[in-house]
Design a protein around this ligand. Structure first.
Ligand SMILES: Cc1cc2nc3c(=O)[nH]c(=O)nc-3n(C[C@H](O)[C@H](O)[C@H](O)COP(=O)(O)O)c2cc1C
Ligand code: SF4
Length: 315
C-alpha cells in the first residue's frame, strides 16, 4: 500500500536547530562503550539511515565526566552528525541495575545529584551534543519522585505535587544556563500515567518543566498497550512532543502526525531491526523494511549485558 509519507519528512525548527524530519531514534541501551568504535558504528549507522534526531541511551550522569570526557564523546556526536541527524543523550540519575528509590537520598545526596547533572550538561555541550534529556520515565528514580505512591518523603521533595516536582525542575534549571550558552536543547522523557498519578497531573508537571526550560517533551507510556496515543494531551502546551510505542508501523506513525497528536514520532525497536527504516519509508520501499517481530530478544540482550542486536538483522 502506498502512503503520503511527506508529513514524516517535513523539517522541524526548534531553538535554532533544524531536525531534517519528524523521526526520532529514542534512547535504547545497546551495551556498547559510548567512547568506542562499536557505539559510533551503531549510532552513526542509524543516523545515516535517515532519522532526524538520535537520542543516545540512558547514560549515568556520574559516567559523563567520570567514565567519559567530552573528548571521548565527541567522535560519537560527530558520527551522528556525519549521518545527518541531530544528537542528544539521555541522562540517568543513578547506576543501571542499582535500584535507588526517593527515600534513599539525603538532602546532600540530592544536591550532589543535581550538581552531577550540571557537570554532565557542560560535558555534553563541550562534546557538541544538540540536546540533553533527563530520564524522568519508566518508573526510574525521577519518575518515582513524581509518584505520590513511590515518593514517601516528608521533606521539601515529597508530599505536595509542587514538592514531588522539585527535583526534576531543579535538574532542568541547572542545565538551562549551560544549554543556553551552548545552543543545546533540553528534552524530558516522562511516563504520562503512573502509580498514583494520571494525565492531568502529568500535564501540570509538563507545564512546570516547560516553564523551567524544557524544549521538547518525550512522552513514553512504557507499555505496548499504548501505541503513541498518550502524547496528545501535551500538544496544547506549545512545545514539540515526541510520541512513541509501536510507531514503526508507518501508517500508525502518519496517523499520529496527521491527527496532530504529536509533532515527532520515535521508532525504537523498528530501528534496531532496520537501521534504514527512515530511508525506506521515504523512498516508498515498505516491502523492503525489516520489521520488528516483538520477540523481546533485544531486551534479553540488554538484561544480559551483552551488545544488543536483532534476530531480524544479524550483525
Ligand atoms: C533494547 C532496548 C533498550 C531501551 N533502553 C531505553 C533507555 O535507555 N531509556 C529509555 O527511556 N527507554 C529505553 N527503551 C525504550 C525505548 O526507548 C522505547 O520507548 C520503546 O522501545 C518503545 O518504542 P518502540 O515500540 O518503537 O520500540 C529501550 C528499549 C529497548 C528495546
Ligand atoms: S530483537 Fe526482536 S523485539 Fe528486538 S528489535 Fe529485533 S525483532 Fe524486535
Amino acid at each position: 500500500m502506498t502512503y503520503d509519507v511527506s508529513p514524516l519528512f517535513s523539517p522541524l525548527d526548534i531553538g535554532g536547530k533544524t531536525l531534517r524530519n519528524r523521526i526520532v531514534m529514542p534512547p535504547m541501551v545497546v551495551n556498547r562503550d559510548l567512547g568506542g568504535a562499536a557505539a559510533r558504528e551503531w549510532y552513526g549507522r542509524r543516523a545515516a539511515g535517515g532519522v532526524g534526531l538520535v537520542i543516545i541511551e540512558a547514560t549515568s550522569v556520574a559516567d559523563v565526566g567520570g567514565r567519559w570526557s567530552a573528548d571521548d564523546l565527541r567522535p560519537l556526536v560527530d558520527a551522528i552528525h556525519d549521518g545527518g541527524a541531530l544528537a542528544a543523550i539521555q541522562l540517568f540519575p543513578g547506576v543501571r541495575g542499582d535500584p535507588i528509590v526517593p527515600a534513599d537520598l539525603s538532602l546532600d545526596d540530592i544536591d550532589v545529584l543535581i550538581n552531577n547533572y550540571h557537570i554532565a550538561a557542560q560535558i555534553c555541550a563541550d562534546a557538541g551534543f544538540d540536546g540533553v534529556q533527563p530520564h524522568g520515565a519508566h518508573g526510574y528514580l525521577l519518575n518515582q519522585f513524581f509518584s505520590p505512591l513511590k515518593n514517601t518523603r516528608t521533606d521539601p521533595y515529597g508530599g505536595s505535587a509542587e514538592n514531588r516536582m522539585r527535583l526534576a525542575l531543579r535538574i532542568v534549571r541547572t542545565m538551562r544556563g549551560i544549554a543556553d550558552a551552548a545552543g543545546m536543547l533540553i528534552l524530558y522523557r516522562h511516563t504520562p500515567v503512573g502509580p498514583g498519578y494520571g494525565i492531568d497531573d502529568s500535564v501540570e508537571l509538563a507545564q512546570a518543566l516547560i516553564d523551567a526550560g524544557v524544549d521538547i517533551l518525550d512522552i513514553s507510556p512504557a507499555s505496548d498497550a499504548a501505541p503513541g496515543d498518550r502524547a496528545a494531551p501535551f500538544v496544547p502546551l506549545g512545545v514539540p512532543v515526541i510520541a512513541v510505542n509501536l510507531l514503526d508501523e508507518p501508517a500508525r506513525a502518519l496517523e499520529v502526525l496527521n491527527e496532530q497528536r504529536a509533532q515527532l514520532i520515535a521508532v525504537g525497536r523498528g530501528l534496531i531491526a532496520d537501521p534504514d527504516w527512515a530511508i525506506k519509508v521515504r523512498e516508498d520501499r515498505l516491502d523492503d523494511l525489516v520489521t520488528c517481530i516483538r520477540c523481546d530478544s533485544c531486551h534479553a540482550d540488554l538484561r544480559r549485558g551483552v551488545p544488543v542486536g536483532c534476530v531480524q538483522w544479524p550483525d
